[in-house]
Design a protein around this ligand. Structure first.
Ligand code: NAD
Ligand code: MG
Length: 390
């Protein structure tokens, strides 16, 4: 019996994780769940799964949750960011699902790593912000890091099980990172200024939270995933080729020196990578529909156009610049996406604001968490100031 903590249980990944856990009551029990402020959803989760601890972001939400769960006094309710760190590193926990969205996921995910847990990493922002430090800590504390992002989970599955350090020593020549191209892959460029948040979050293949859906539309998601791949698999950005694949059936590929290219396929449903990482090295049932290739009928591939998707160029640039540039890119993106979702800026301003921020906020070469967070905050302040001045 493995004991599981889900950070971000009320979100899209959190819900998919609960769905997989519910299929295996003999293997997993839920120790702790966390959420921001979604009290009703959290109450439902607590009723169904009876975790030992539920954490909300603020005391008011925790109090409201207590009201709803008066008949379940055995569930301990906690609030605040320290409680997140506490449950993520609790001695009772074996597996931590890191599914909080954004930079706030960094500290609790790092806490899970430092406690040597099996960490299922959905929160890509953690690696984007502090990849070097994070991977060092994984090594140092012998944590077991398993990628949940479907592309990285696919790459992980296409690599040899007895992986030797350095992908080239395994005969790997290239990683092919696939992306659907999102809802605006064929939209005429002169219409980009009119794109609304509703259009941007309507992803053709995946059902995801609002922030990552906008990131998929701008392809900043693929840019963040490029950074994520470089840290996870210890490769350079030139070793990763981004390929558009509108059907989202192949989730990424690995090319070998004998000419073989291995791909991992499946229906676009996050329960596959979640089940893969939960059960690894065993395979467990995920509830995902079997793939019907005849029904899919066609798999197509295109080059990603950086004029259409300037965020791809910016993400590559941040890797080349190194240091805290990636944290600055990520922070600027988070603020710009939020402002776009709130109707404060136009769609095309997301990339413009990120580029301006990268030009104006100096980056540093550092593994100091405080300096990374400081640069993240400077980038946020800069974008907010730019937005309020227009
Ligand atoms: P979501 O918006 O649906 O859910 C986010 C979760 O984080 C919620 O439980 C929310 O309560 C919690 N949260 C938000 N702000 C918080 C805060 N300030 N403090 C504490 N908790 C907070 O997001 P999602 O789509 O599930 O994505 C989660 C993470 O997984 C993201 O980093 C995303 O990039 C990554 N990811 C998601 C998908 C997907 O299919 N949804 C795929 C790959 C990677
Ligand atoms: Mg992905």
């Amino acid at each position: 019996m493995k004991s599981v903590c889900i950070l971000g249980a009320t979100g899209s990944i959190g819900q998919s994780t609960l769905d997989v856990l519910a299929r295996h009551p003999d293997r997993y029990r839920l120790f702790a769940v966390t959420a921001n402020t979604q009290v009703d959803k959290m109450a439902q989760i607590c009723r169904q799964f009876r975790p030992r601890i539920a954490v909300m972001s603020d005391q008011d939400s925790a109090d409201r949750l207590r009201q709803q769960l008066q008949d379940l006094p055995d569930i301990t309710l906690m609030a605040g960011s320290e409680a997140l760190t506490e449950v993520a590193s609790a001695s009772e926990v074996d597996v931590v699902m890191a599914a909080i969205v954004g930079a706030v996921g960094l500290m609790p995910t790092l806490a899970a790593v430092r406690a040597g847990k099996r960490v299922l990493l959905a929160n890509k922002e953690t690696l984007v912000m502090a990849g070097h430090l994070f991977m060092q800590e994984v090594e140092k504390h012998r944590a077991e890091l398993l990628p949940i992002d479907s592309e990285h989970n696919a790459i992980f599955q296409c690599l040899p099980a007895d992986l030797q350090p350095g992908l080239q020593h395994n005969g790997v020549t290239r990683i092919l990172l696939t992306g659907s191209g999102g809802p605006f892959r064929t939209t005429p460029l002169d219409q980009f200024d009119q794109i609304t948040p509703e259009q941007a979050i309507a992803h053709p293949n995946w059902d995801m939270g609002p922030k990552i859906s906008v990131d998929s539309a701008t392809m900043m998601n693929k840019g963040l995933e490029l950074i994520e791949a470089c840290w996870l698999f210890d490769v350079d950005e030139q070793d990763v080729e981004i390929v558009l694949h509108p059907q989202s059936i192949i989730h990424s590929m690995v090319a070998y020196n004998d000419g073989s290219v291995l791909a991992q396929m499946g229906n676009p449903d996050m329960r596959t990578p979640i089940a893969n990482a939960l059960g690894w090295p065993e395979r467990i049932d995920s509830g995902v529909e079997p793939l019907d290739l005849v029904k899919v009928s066609q798999l197509s591939f295109e080059q990603a156009d950086e004029r259409r998707f300037p965020c791809l160029r910016l993400a590559r640039q941040s890797i080349i610049d190194g240091g805290t540039s990636m944290a600055i890119l990520n922070a600027a993106n988070e603020v710009a996406v939020e402002a776009f979702l709130q109707g404060q800026i136009r769609y095309t301003q997301i990339a413009e604001l990120i580029e301006q921020t990268m030009q104006h906020v100096p980056s540093r070469n550092t593994d100091s968490l405080q300096q990374i967070i400081d640069d993240d905050l400077s980038a946020r302040a800069y974008v907010k100031q730019q937005i309020s001045s227009v």
